[in-house]
Design a protein around this ligand. Structure first.
Ligand code: ZN
Length: 140
């Protein structure tokens, strides 16, 4: 079974991420693109999908600086004095994805500009001895 025959599940999407690949699915019927993946096209109800790799380029559509994080981010070392930035990125290919934004000054949100070009940055972290890759973006 080749990589691109994988089922269109979030689990496989995350598995691609672990290999530093940002993948989406494209509806072969109408061309609509989905990131993260969908099995069914919400535009035309087609289940005729294919995997496509994203360029990883896009622009910042929205963001928020988070000082009180989820347990996962607290585990990664973020807190009130070390906030993290959560963003929505509009990919060059069209879909919007949410991800952590790095390489910015999280404590000075007014220095972060909506519309600024960003590129994908795969964030590696080790929690309890397990290395994991999360989707992130950084200024281009
Ligand atoms: Zn479709």
């Amino acid at each position: 079974m080749s990589e691109t025959d994988k089922d269109f599940t979030i689990q496989n999407y995350l598995e691609f991420l672990q290999n530093k690949k940002l993948m989406g699915t494209r509806c072969k019927t109408c061309g609509e693109l989905y990131v993260p993946v969908r099995k069914l096209c919400i535009k035309c109800n087609s289940a005729n999908m294919e995997w496509v790799e994203m360029s990883g380029e896009g622009e910042l559509a929205a963001f928020t600086s988070i000082t009180v994080g989820t347990p996962y981010f607290i585990e990664k070392g973020y807190d009130r004095n070390h906030p993290y930035c959560f963003s929505v990125i509009k990919l060059k290919e069209g879909p919007m994805v949410s991800a952590q934004l790095v390489g910015v000054d999280e404590s000075k949100p007014d220095t972060i500009e909506i519309g600024m070009p960003v590129k994908v940055k795969f964030l590696e972290s080790t929690i309890k001895g397990e290395t994991k890759i999360d989707l992130g973006f950084e200024p281009k």
